[in-house]
Ligand binder design. Structure first.
Ligand SMILES: [Zn+2]
Length: 264
């Protein structure tokens, strides 16, 4: 059916479908609800989450020859980012699995997006942007209200659930909840200013490179934000085919081993 094939081709061109996984970058101002959205998107099917900071923390040897970052928010330079992305996605240090991957709060600048797009091209993956938008009022409220549990997850940004009987305590372990370190007003202000300064260039570069970009209104009530994020995520990751050839060596090798095991 030539008509169907033609429209499929057109759709593929419009979405620039890649053979490999879709790397869905979740970005948004601090306080918009990225952590909540990311855990909602990744929980059901075990979608892998890439966090630059986590990669660096768990593989310190990657940046052993770089001087410590002088940046007040601890951001590393582009060369360091390149090295981490290369190790993660080209050398296979990060287990991408076979479906979409969520990138939590990355890229933070157009330069980082450029590097990510180059890495994705190199391995036949596709980058997509899922942007949370929120008003200043929403951000201030969410940041003032959110708490983490240092007992359950010492190093986590993941929002804790408060106990129903005592809102100051963790529902799972009973420890006293605390504010995120980076939520103190001075640091939050810095992060917000940096995000706002970088967003226009990120948006512009995404448009230039034909990177699919979906915006979610994060001023809505959280259940509605989560539902909208889920829809946007489905649209963005629609190109990921579980049957396509996986460009990542590690996964290919695993499958080969599995095939060998299955052979009589
Ligand atoms: Zn806890």
């Amino acid at each position: 059916m030539p008509g169907v094939i033609a429209s499929l081709t057109l759709r593929a061109q419009r979405m620039r479908c890649a053979e490999g996984p879709v790397l869905v970058a979740v970005i948004g101002p601090p306080g918009a609800g990225k952590s909540t959205v990311v855990s909602h998107l990744t929980k059901p099917g075990g979608v892998p989450v890439f966090r630059l900071r986590e990669m660096i923390r768990s593989h310190p040897q990657l940046l052993a020859d770089f001087a410590p970052s002088p940046d007040p928010l601890g951001w590393v330079g582009l060369q360091a980012v390149w090295r981490v992305l290369h190790a993660a996605f080209v050398d296979g240090l990060f287990d991408v699995g076979r479906g979409p991957v969520v990138l939590d709060n990355f890229p933070g600048t157009a330069g980082q997006l450029e590097l990510l797009a180059e890495i994705a091209d190199a391995v036949g993956a596709q980058v997509a942007l899922l942007e949370l938008r929120a008003s200043a009022t929403t951000l201030v409220l969410r940041v003032a209200q959110r708490r983490v549990c240092l007992a359950c997850s010492p190093d986590s940004h993941a929002p804790a659930v408060a106990s129903e009987t005592d809102s100051k305590r963790c529902a799972s372990c009973g420890a006293t909840l605390s504010r995120r370190f980076s939520d103190v007003p001075r640091l939050h202000g810095l992060r917000l200013a940096r995000y706002s300064a970088n967003l226009p260039e990120i948006t512009e570069l995404a448009a230039e490179r034909g990177i699919p970009h979906q915006r979610v209104d994060a001023d809505l009530a959280m259940p509605d934000v989560l539902a909208a994020a889920k829809r946007a995520f489905s649209l963005l990751s629609a190109c990921a085919s579980t049957d396509s050839t996986d460009p990542f060596g590690a996964d290919r090798d695993r499958r080969r081993l599995a095939d060998a095991d299955a052979a009589p």
